[in-house]
Design a protein around this ligand. Structure first.
Ligand SMILES: Cc1cc2nc3c(=O)[nH]c(=O)nc-3n(C[C@H](O)[C@H](O)[C@H](O)COP(=O)(O)O)c2cc1C
Length: 186
């Protein structure tokens, strides 16, 4: 099997991270992979914000949890009230993706960029996970003010966040693939 397909098949979401930071070269390679993802009409409607500052991450986590506490969705409220809950799993690097609200394919553009990042990270032996929490809470006023401080334009909405770092446990096995999800017509 060729290396690219092997990389796709062996990537898993990682939720336990070492404190060790990834190198700047690796971070830049992962961001470059994101920038080279396909995008609707080639518009590259995305903005990527890499955060490696623990103080800023802690501030963001607190604001996100506060927003979740007033959610009407019981499961989200529970997460917000759980003192042990850290949506980013204490990953040493997170890359926020945001998209121009006026772009027609912003959500999809960010999704393909995220997958490029996950695959690039995996090829560098770096673990990753899609974190959805900012897509849910990104427009909460307190969360938004932090995102604005980080330079995310007001007319950009948040999509997934990539958590990145070295896995501190063995990667979990892939769940069995669902049957009947493919039709081939010749
Ligand atoms: C749109 C999307 C949102 C996700 N959100 C989260 C999330 O908020 N937290 C999390 O731990 N994993 C999240 N995941 C990761 C999935 O749980 C994971 O991909 C799935 O369980 C399959 O496992 P695998 O990635 O190891 O193949 C998300 C994945 C996708 C595609």
């Amino acid at each position: 099997m060729n290396e690219v397909i092997q990389n796709i098949l062996t990537r898993r979401s990682v939720r336990t991270y070492q404190e060790k930071q990834i190198s700047d070269d690796d971070l830049n390679a992962i961001l470059e992979a994101a920038k080279f993802a396909p995008s609707g009409m080639g518009k590259q409607s995305w903005h990527f914000t890499a955060v490696q500052n623990k103080e800023i991450m802690d501030k963001l986590v607190s604001a996100v949890k506060e927003a979740l506490q007033s959610s009407e969705v019981e499961q989200l409220k529970k997460m917000g009230n759980n003192p042990a809950f850290n949506p980013f799993y204490h990953a040493p690097t997170i890359i926020l993706t945001a998209y121009d609200r006026n772009a027609q394919t912003g959500v999809s553009d960010c999704a393909v960029a995220l997958q490029n990042m996950f695959l690039a990270a995996h090829s560098l032996n770096i673990g990753s996970c899609w974190i959805h929490i900012l897509a849910i809470t990104g427009n909460d006023p307190k969360v938004r003010s932090i995102l604005t401080e980080l330079g995310i334009p007001e007319d950009y909405d948040l999509s997934g966040t990539a958590a990145l770092g070295y896995n501190s446990k063995e990667a979990p096995k892939a769940a069995p693939r669902k049957e009947g999800t493919v039709t081939i017509i010749k």
